[in-house]
Design a protein around this ligand. Structure first.
Ligand SMILES: [Mg+2]
Length: 178
């Protein structure tokens, strides 16, 4: 089984206009979220989610609320058939060295590598922000793939190994180049 590291908000699901998925009714999939993840599953890829949650730091949602909402996110993505191995979320307040944990810091990615025995030089990280791409570089990933699905201003990343219009395009690149 192969693995990718995947950002959640703005990548697997839509980032709401206020950029905070802090209510159940703010969960929205992209038109090709399921198809993109299914393409990965069909090609023997599993997914590890790596998500920054600034809303927790800001006190807009608790960690308990996050996990409750996240459970519903996973339920909605379930029809893709992809296996989500684990979700790493930067629980900001509990860690003394937050900046390493919060993307672009590499700690969540490095912890995933340790827990699942991954050789990150063979693993792509996919996200909609420069912080995702930089985290991939900082952790020594095979590369960061930008999906051009961020809410708000268009994101351009010269550091990305590939810029994909959608998650499905990113999935096709990953399968082709792994
Ligand atoms: Mg994002």
């Amino acid at each position: 089984m192969k693995v990718i590291l995947l950002d959640r908000d703005g990548t697997a699901i839509v980032d709401p206009p206020d950029l905070r998925v802090d209510k159940l009714d703010k969960i929205e999939l992209f038109p090709d979220s399921i198809e993109g993840l299914k393409y990965l599953a069909d090609n023997d890829f599993a997914v590890i989610l790596i998500t920054n949650q600034a809303g927790i730091e800001e006190g807009r949602l608790t960690e308990e609320e996050f996990w409750q909402i996240h459970k519903e996110v996973l339920r909605q993505l379930e029809p893709s058939g992809v296996k989500f191995l684990k979700t790493y979320m930067n629980g900001e307040k509990k860690r003394p060295d937050n900046t390493d944990w919060r993307k672009p810091g590499p700690k969540m990615l490095l912890q995933a590598a340790e827990e699942f025995g991954l050789d990150l030089s063979q693993v792509y990280m996919v996200g909609d922000a420069q912080t995702d791409i930089q985290a991939a570089i900082n952790a020594g990933c095979k590369g960061g793939i930008l999906v051009e699905t961020a809410t708000g201003e268009e994101v351009v990343s010269p550091d990305a190994v590939y810029s994909a219009p959608t998650l499905l395009d990113a999935a096709k690149y990953i399968v082709a180049y792994s």
